[in-house]
Design a binder for this molecule. Structure first.
Ligand code: PEP
Ligand code: CO
Length: 428
């Protein structure tokens, strides 16, 4: 893929000498948190951009994205009645797998855009040439993103009372407000109860700080390998580019390089599971990625589509359960529900997204397994990329604020709307 091999070598050597983004001990803590979700004692929220961008990069954008994720997490915590493990598709989510090597842009056929870690999305031939120095740029942007996330999540921005106040604003201004008032009121009375019991809501660390983890697709193995380090405490290998990594639907071949890489690291790992995966395929993936059957090690992220979920998911749940593989089941209701609108934009219907989630919960109830979490593409910005939701975005409005560098994301209001919807599913 990289035309300049010598430059790639130089960049690889450079990355190998740079500090890790995360510490192996953090990845172990995340595995422990995820093992609770495998057992039905926690719920997982994975959310963020489809592809982070080198150009749309600012403190405000990071803050607004984190804010939405934290708001969703509070609603889900209340709905699930268990801790929510919060992971951002951020600080490393810069590479995109593509179904086709080329794409039609206007009247030209160009090499596909592969994410800012590889090439540029501008519609000209030169911009599409893979440039290894982008790996270093992605590293530095990840470092500064993660630094700000750590500051926000430990420095007071994640205060529970504050997040709840933001949610109350949302409910007050939402046309669906009535429906969500019960949940908001439930959270409110829980907070008042704690205060009445003498818990100082502003001084209590657990109400003031949150654990926030990073996750991205381990697609560009040159980048991931260069940031893989041997942990001095355990002597084991960890990919220190993020706390958790996943293998995508297009690269999850059992004998492929991506599964081999994930099998060799000790971080918690995820694997996307699309509609073509049979129960045997999924069992084989479990054996490949988690032969020790360690709890919290493996998360299966199903992205089956609203039409297939009811028939495809229960057999997978039964097979994995019967084999005794401990996995966290997470629903990605985005990637099986993408289509191209009349105006040419890739989009998704809010109703299909909630529809696949309903199917996911139904399937788990039927089989008796725990619906362990959700995986969504979102932004805090007021974009018009997905159809429907509280503001009922129409196809004719998609062009108004369509800024994603890859797949369509839920905007802030749609994301919260979804979180309240999931809270209802968790409670019902
Ligand atoms: C993604 O998560 O952005 C993605 C490309 O997913 P999948 O591999 O499931 O298609
Ligand atoms: Co995507």
């Amino acid at each position: 893929m990289w035309p300049d091999e010598a430059e790639l070598k130089r960049v690889h050597a450079q990355l190998t000498g740079l500090p890790p983004l995360v510490f192996a001990g953090e990845a172990r803590h995340l595995t422990a948190a995820l093992s609770e979700a495998a057992d039905g004692r926690a719920f997982v929220l994975q959310a963020g951009d489809c592809a982070e961008s080198f150009t749309e990069f600012s403190a405000d954008a990071i803050r607004d994205k984190l804010k939405v994720i934290l708001q969703m997490a509070v609603v889900l915590t209340y709905g699930a009645g268990v801790p929510v493990v919060k992971l951002g598709r951020i600080a490393g989510q810069f590479a995109k797998p593509r179904s086709s090597d080329t794409e039609q842009v206007g009247d030209q056929v160009l090499d596909s855009f592969r994410g800012h870690m590889v090439n540029d999305d501008l519609p000209d031939r030169d911009s599409r040439v893979p440039d290894p120095t982008r790996l270093v740029a992605a590293y530095h942007q990840s470092v500064s993103t993660l630094n700000l996330l750590r500051a926000f999540t430990k420095g007071g921005f994640a205060d529970l009372s504050q997040i709840h106040a933001w949610n109350q604003e949302f409910v007050a201004s939402s046309t669906e407000g009535q429906r969500f008032e019960d949940i908001a009121e439930g959270i409110d009375s829980a907070l008042r109860f704690m205060a009445a019991c003498g818990i100082n809501l502003t001084a209590e660390d657990t109400l003031h700080q949150v654990d926030f983890w990073t996750i991205h697709e381990a697609l560009i193995l040159e980048y991931e390998e260069a940031l893989t380090r041997r942990d001095s405490l355990t002597d084991q290998w960890y990919d220190c580019s993020a706390h958790m990594l996943w293998v995508g639907e297009r690269t999850r071949q059992l004998d492929g390089a991506h599964c081999e890489f994930l099998a060799g690291i000790h971080n918690p790992v995820g694997c996307k599971v699309g509609p073509t995966a049979s129960p045997d395929d999924v069992i084989a993936l479990c054996e490949r990625l988690n032969p020790q059957r360690a709890e919290g090690r493996l998360t299966l992220i199903t992205r089956l589509g609203v039409d297939a979920v009811d028939t495809s998911l229960p057999p997978l749940l039964r097979a994995v359960r019967d084999e005794g593989h401990p996995v966290v089941w997470v629903c990605d209701p985005m990637h099986g529900n993408t289509f191209t609108a009349e105006g040419g934009q890739k989009t998704r219907r809010f109703d299909d997204i909630i529809g696949e989630l309903k199917g996911f919960f139904r399937a788990h109830r039927e089989v008796g397994t725990w619906p362990g979490g959700v995986h969504v593409e979102l932004t805090g910005d007021d974009v018009t990329e997905c159809l429907g939701g509280v503001e009922d975005i129409l196809e004719s409005q998609l062009h108004q604020r369509y800024t994603t560098t890859c797949d369509p994301r839920l905007n802030g209001r749609q994301s919260l709307d979804l979180a309240f919807g999931i809270a209802e599913l968790l409670r019902g």
